[in-house]
Design a binder for this molecule. Structure first.
Ligand code: ZN
Ligand code: ZN
Length: 326
């Protein structure tokens, strides 16, 4: 099973301006100088080897995650990252796309009008939704006012599939099951199981319910899990002032991963105001938190064959994780 992140920003796309690029290059050159690197080739080599702060930029597309297994793939959400996914897959002969919607907030649906297959006859886009008003909310994108084309004028075929909570559907041999996340207006995570591997998308979610009792029917979707994609929009210190905004923080994900033995935890839905330096700082804080708490769950992690605890990753646009490779 592979997971590819086409968009990792939350709320709003975040384009780099010239000042941002200059700051990134400045930080890179300072770091290279401290390590005694001066030639462009030595800096490039060190970057490729991950010896310097990497990635240089986490990207700016809003949320869109592809999960694939064998010949089949599906997308969770269709933020602005979906645009690139379309032009990547079309030359490979893919004619049918499966998109699962967590919810209809703007950052999760804004990519569809610019997803080329919706405009080309012969392509089918299947949109799976739990919300009853899913079709209506997606069609707002094509009202002829906010976008020049109406839904009826689209060349591709869009089909809507109403999902029932906790009831699985199949895409190829991937089993996809929706569960509940804590988010204003409702948001639904998806757990995907195939070929003995599993991942779950926990975005957008505030994770107000954290104990096993509070999670209740949603608890099994975090158990025996290889990878969890986690809503890590804010630093832990920011959470109190953003109560009820529907997003979470890396350290809360660490607590969940440690307790439920989730092998890999991926932070995403980055705040549009989060600079690369802030994301790196949040990542270091999460590593420190995991290290300090690991002892409490030592025996569980030893039994799971991963005594160092959960692997933590901050996602960036185009990151690909292959769960079948060690
Ligand atoms: Zn969002
Ligand atoms: Zn949202």
């Amino acid at each position: 099973m592979k997971i590819k992140f086409w968009g990792t920003r939350g709320s709003l796309p975040q384009a780099l301006n010239n000042g941002d690029v200059v700051a990134i290059i400045g930080d890179l050159l300072n770091e290279a100088e401290k390590r005694g690197l001066s030639s462009p080739s030595s800096i490039k080599t060190a970057l490729d080897r991950g010896e310097l702060s990497s990635p240089l930029s986490y990207g700016g597309n809003t949320t869109c995650t592809e999960v694939s297994h064998g010949e089949h793939s599906l997308f969770v959400d269709m933020g602005s990252g979906l645009r690139e996914a379309g032009t990547f897959h079309m030359p490979n002969g893919v004619k049918e796309f499966h998109i699962f919607l967590t919810h209809m907030h703007w950052d999760h649906v804004m990519g569809l009008p610019f997803f080329v297959p919706v405009h080309v006859p012969g392509y089918t886009i299947k949109i799976y939704h739990v919300h009853r008003n899913g079709p209506e909310a997606v069609k707002i994108n094509f009202n002829g006012v906010n976008f020049p084309l109406t839904f009826e004028q689209l060349g591709g075929k869009i089909e809507f599939i109403q999902l029932k909570l906790y009831e699985a559907v199949q895409v190829g041999d991937m089993k996809v099951t929706p569960f509940v996340l804590d988010h204003p207006g409702g948001s639904f995570g998806f757990r995907i199981d195939a070929g003995g591997k599993s991942c779950a998308i926990g975005v957008d979610g505030e994770f107000k319910r954290m104990t096993r009792e509070e999670l209740g029917k949603d608890l099994p979707y975090y158990q025996n899990l290889d990878l969890l994609v986690f809503d890590a929009q804010y630093e832990i210190a920011e959470l109190a002032s953003r109560f009820d905004w529907g997003h979470c923080s890396p350290n809360i994900g660490v607590d969940l991963a440690l307790r439920e033995t989730i092998k890999t935890l991926v932070f995403t839905h980055h705040d549009p105001w989060a600079t690369p330096a802030k994301l790196r700082r949040m990542y270091k804080a999460a590593i420190k938190h995991a290290t300090s708490q690991l002892g409490t769950f030592k025996s569980e992690w030893e039994a799971a064959g991963q005594p160092s605890g959960p692997k933590l990753i901050t996602a960036w646009d185009s990151l690909t994780i292959d769960l079948d490779k060690p």
